[in-house]
Design a protein around this ligand. Structure first.
Ligand code: C2E
Ligand code: CA
Ligand code: CA
Length: 406
């Protein structure tokens, strides 16, 4: 199937424009993002308005349930913007869900279809009417909240696609330094969304959504491509024996895709950099699910020549087990650990144990979130060699990162 057919598309209509006519073949359902739509039954003098729908409302949904002809017409009564949902899109999204949720969804659709037929026959369900009332209003209440969330998510998905197309995602670079002399040993790329209206958007605001709708792979690949473009520029600024690495964050979602290694290898082929200067930062979420598959992918990545860092170390639940099982070169101690260690001896003991353990496995250690010289001193005392944090520098634009190297 063409991958494009699995995207939710936006379609706009002018005031007075017919979206579909009664008797047309059913194809898509629509969700209104802006404007109003009238649903009309019958034609000519016999036409009667059935409903006026507005933002967040769904119409034409029978198209998702069974083939056939439209039983009503839809007309935009003012300028309208809609999300077009095809049955392919719906099927694709249901595929990723828990099977229980999928089957419940199908049952609800069946019931909905049945209740529509019953309603058309005007069957009176007076018996449990009253008791059903409050349950129904609760469901409708919850539903309207979810509707708002779904609408926001659909809008965000559209915007992310547009931002990818328009190249609005920019890599910022945070220096990683040798703690003893502050020499820059590398940079971590941290994404920022330069939104034309909303300004700079931080990753926590869109990465989770990008992961849910499978756009994170394209985003991460883009950041890797950009890192490969920046690397030679950085290397031009420094002496030969002191070439910094660039690290790129790779969401665990990438590990669901068997062709990931091939995709990354293509990026390297097109860029002609030596992958040994690239570090891929992954979190343990990559291993959850299919650990064997993840392990093979990691081996494939290592074979390309990159190094692998386990990010957010210490926040997961069983991180230690991963250290010897997977082809990892180093760990990054999460900044929440560095922060806690600041005034809590027990936390510092844990960080110290982690550093010791990493050393026995011959792994590199980078401490994150170093904000004060005291942080740096106590980390050095327990044997931590490298780190990053606001004490040294915030994430910088590429231009500013070049300046500090000059
Ligand atoms: P992370 O990989 O753990 O990145 C470190 C985060 O800590 C960054 O937040 C950085 O700006 C922040 N930070 C650095 N030094 C300090 C400090 O001294 N104090 C404090 N309080 N914070 C510090 P940021 O840039 O907002 O990124 C958040 C997360 O978003 C990242 O956490 C990473 O998980 C994710 N992310 C960023 N860029 C990408 C990307 O290109 N792809 C993917 N998949 N995820 C990304
Ligand atoms: Ca990271
Ligand atoms: Ca981290």
């Amino acid at each position: 199937m063409d991958k494009n057919s699995l995207h939710v598309k936006r379609k706009n209509f002018k005031a007075g424009e017919i979206i579909f006519n009664e008797g047309d073949i059913r194809d898509n359902a629509y969700i209104i993002d802006k404007g109003k739509v009238d649903i009309i039954r019958g034609q000519g003098g016999k036409a009667s308005k059935f409903a006026t729908l507005t933002i967040g409302d769904l119409f034409g949904e029978m198209a998702l349930m069974e083939p056939g002809l439209r039983s009503a017409s839809a007309i935009a009564t003012e300028e309208c913007s809609t999300f077009v949902i095809s049955s392919n899109v719906l099927e694709d999204r249901l595929k990723g869900l828990d099977p229980v949720v999928t089957s419940m969804f199908n049952m609800l659709i069946e019931r909905y279809r049945f209740s529509r037929i019953e309603k058309d026959k005007e069957v009176d369900d007076s018996n449990d009417h009253a008791s059903n009332q409050s349950a129904t209003s609760k469901i409708l209440n919850d539903f309207s909240k979810r509707k708002a969330v779904a609408l926001k998510e659909l809008g965000l998905e559209q915007e992310i696609r547009y931002a990818l197309y328009k190249d609005h995602f920019k890599p910022y670079l945070q220096p990683i330094v040798s703690l003893s002399d502050r020499r820059i040993v590398g940079f971590e790329t941290l994404i920022r969304w330069h939104h034309p209206e909303r300004g700079i958007i931080m990753p926590d605001e869109f990465i989770p959504a990008a992961e849910r709708v499978n756009l994170i792979q394209a985003i991460d690949r883009k950041m890797l491509e950009k890192a490969c473009e920046i690397l030679p520029e950085i290397h031009k600024m420094v002496s030969d024996q002191n070439k910094p690495f660039i690290s790129v964050n790779l969401s665990g979602v990438n590990f669901e895709d068997d062709s990931m290694v091939l995709g990354i290898s293509d990026v390297f082929k097109n860029s002609q950099i030596d992958p040994k200067h690239i570090k891929l930062e992954i979190t343990e979420s990559a291993f959850i699910g299919n650990a064997d598959k993840a392990s093979k992918i990691l081996d494939g990545l290592k074979a390309l020549g990159v190094t692998i860092s386990l990010d957010d170390f210490g926040v997961g639940y069983s991180s230690l087990g991963y250290l010897h099982k997977f082809a990892i070169d180093g760990i990054k101690i999460d900044r929440s650990f560095t922060a806690r260690a600041r005034d809590n001896k027990k936390s510092m003991d844990i960080v110290s144990a982690i550093v010791g353990l990493a050393k026995t496995f011959d792994l590199g250690v980078i401490a994150e979130g170093i904000e004060t010289q005291e942080d740096a001193d106590s980390l050095m005392k327990i044997g931590c060699i490298e780190g990053q944090g606001y004490l040294y520098s915030k994430p910088l634009t590429v231009e500013d990162a070049m300046k500090i190297l000059a």
